[in-house]
Design a binder for this molecule. Structure first.
Ligand code: TXA
Ligand code: MG
Length: 537
């Protein structure tokens, strides 16, 4: 099919109206996002919307009309609740959708078998003209391929819909940028099914108590009934894996920069103000204190993310207050509900090569009054965890002692026998070790905590550290220390060392290096100096 590209001239609007009257599909601008419109009372026209979008048939559509009178004139609803009148007066035309008991004329395709219908009066002048010239009620979901971010420009629509629909009406970039607030008045207390630029607080000013559906902010259990079918589908998702990072600005920037410096295929989805401090490629989504500009830019940013060609995108997590709720609702879905909470305390990572003397540095820092959280201790606790034990048995076979606890020697033998087994061990234990360390950090006294972890980088804990100290020593010195301390064969020591990160790696990824080639007194002096310089600030 050859898709017509129309503008907002009288002639073009007439053409679009004719297409709609004949059962065709037209993408139209609204103040929120572009909609993919069809005659709402023509079931077979509406069915084509689902085909063009690849949308599941059980997800109902919003019906758009030009004026409030059209709702009863066309018989769209069986009853107009009192609260709908109040809301209409205050917010229509505008970005609010109200769900009401449906009228008989509504085809099953529109309501997806529900006994309600969603209605909205858009304020965009082009949508208004198209509705008036055609004289129709228009069913219109967002004009994106199902699962992708909603389109906020005619170009976005063309990317998804060219060749699949009769026409695209270009009305420039949408002003609001996120879809309308969806509110149901069809059962009991009014309830927001999808947050938008019109906030819960604004709605409550008009009609009093208004609930927020559980699915708005959290993931439903599988099998849990969902009030708004649209909420259960994967949505807004770029190709890249998006992860929301919740924490203050400095910590967020630090997290992304560490991932980037470490060579991870990572990018940032951040506020305008963050961009200058971020080393990784980034896409911005508006000014930090201006949620309206964030709403306007969000979907464009989510589409732009894929042009960076990275594997992971770290997005700065918005608040859930006011308009933030609408942003969070979209972003948490784009992230498939993956969120990382950054610790509130200052975390100092301490790591180093085997035999370099990390443990001694750890003791010296502890003597200076800093709480030390030990990864070794957390690792010992982690293997007492039921799920970790089960995971290890599944991975490595029978590795339990008769009393049901872990046979540590046998586990180590198997797990360190090949790099694949080591990676498998880490993937089972590291998440739990990390959780235990974070819990201990939060309950420690003071606001600075040392993470003593030889596998700081392997576990990914480096990304949450505000400062990373690496302890290194010359290779022969380390081998000599290990020969004396652990009584291992030289060949075994060399094998273990070759599995560890190189000096260069520590050089690029640590913020501060302690070289421990000399005497105990020299080490203590180096720690004193480092403490004054970077730790005690
Ligand atoms: O801003 C908007 O609302 C845009 C523009 C084009 O108007 N439209 C839009 O439509 O976002 P759509 O289909 O992408 O999202 C409509 C949402 C879906 O989550 C759908 O499940 C829900 O509203 N919905 C529609 N009718 C419903 C009903 N009767 N009961 C519950 N949820 C309903
Ligand atoms: Mg949609």
């Amino acid at each position: 099919m050859n898709t017509l590209h129309l503008t907002d001239t009288t002639e073009d609007i007439r053409t679009a109206a004719d297409i709609l009257s004949n059962g065709g599909l037209v993408a139209m601008p609204t103040e929120t996002v572009y909609g993919l419109a069809a005659d709402a009372l023509n079931g077979s026209a509406v069915k084509r919307i689902f085909e063009a979008k690849g949308r599941p048939m059980d997800n109902p559509l919003i019906v758009h009309v030009a004026r409030f009178e059209d709702i009863s004139r066309l018989g769209l609803v069986s009853e107009i609740p009192e609260k709908a009148l109040l809301l209409a007066e205050r917010f229509w035309p505008g970005p609010l959708t109200i769900i009401m008991p449906k009228g008989k004329v509504i085809p099953d395709e529109v309501s997806a078998g529900l006994d309600t219908v969603a209605v909205r009066i858009p304020s965009h002048p082009v949508a208004q003209r198209l509705l008036r010239v055609s004289g129709l009620a228009l069913a219109a979901p967002s004009a994106n391929t199902s699962g992708k971010p909603s389109p906020t420009t005619a170009e976005h629509v063309a990317d998804d819909m060219d060749g699949r629909i009769e026409a695209i009406l270009d009305g420039g970039a949408c002003g609001v940028g996120v879809e309308s607030t969806v509110l149901t008045l069809a059962d009991g207390t009014p309830r927001i099914l999808r947050p938008g630029i019109i906030t819960r607080e604004q709605i409550e000013e008009v009609i009093g108590e208004t609930l927020v559906d559980k699915a708005v902010l959290s993931q439903l259990e599988s099998g849990e009934k969902v009030a708004s079918p649209g909420m259960k589908y994967k949505h807004y998702a770029p190709e890249a894996e998006v992860i929301l990072i919740r924490g203050d600005d400095d910590k967020y920037i630090n997290y992304v920069n560490r991932a980037y410096r470490r060579g991870m295929s990572a990018a940032a989805l951040c506020y305008d103000e963050d961009a200058a401090s971020i080393l990784a490629p980034c896409v911005t989504m508006g000014a930090m204190s201006d949620e309206e500009s964030q709403a306007q830019e969000l979907f464009d940013a989510l589409r732009a993310v894929d042009e960076l060609g990275v594997k992971t995108v770290y997005a700065h997590c918005p608040s859930t207050e006011g308009v933030g709720m609408a942003l969070y609702n979209r972003m948490i879905r784009a992230a498939a509900f993956r969120v990382i909470d950054l610790p509130t305390k200052r975390i100092i990572g301490l790591t180093g090569q085997t035999g370099a003397g990390k443990s001694e540095v750890s003791r010296l820092l502890e003597k200076k009054g800093l709480p030390v959280v030990s990864a070794d201790k957390a690792a010992r606790e982690a293997v007492e965890d039921e799920s970790v034990l089960r995971g290890l048995c599944e991975a490595f076979g029978d590795i339990l002692l008769p009393d049901g606890s872990l046979d540590r020697r046998r586990t180590a033998e198997i797990a360190f026998s090949t790099p694949e087994n080591t990676a498998l061990l880490n993937s089972i234990t590291h998440p739990v070790i990390k959780r235990l360390m974070l819990e201990e950090a939060e309950s420690a006294r003071g606001d600075t905590v040392v993470f003593d972890a030889s596998q700081l980088f392997e576990s990914g804990e480096d990304l949450i550290c505000d400062l990373i100290i690496g302890v290194v020593a010359d290779r022969e010195t380390r081998i000599r220390r290990l020969l004396e301390r652990d009584g291992l064969e030289r060949s075994e020591i060399e094998r273990r060392m070759s599995a560890q990160y190189s000096e260069e790696f520590f050089g690029t990824c640590c913020d501060d290096i302690i070289v421990n080639d000399g005497t105990a007194a020299e080490l203590a002096a180096a720690v004193d100096e480092l403490y004054e310089r970077s730790v005690s600030r």
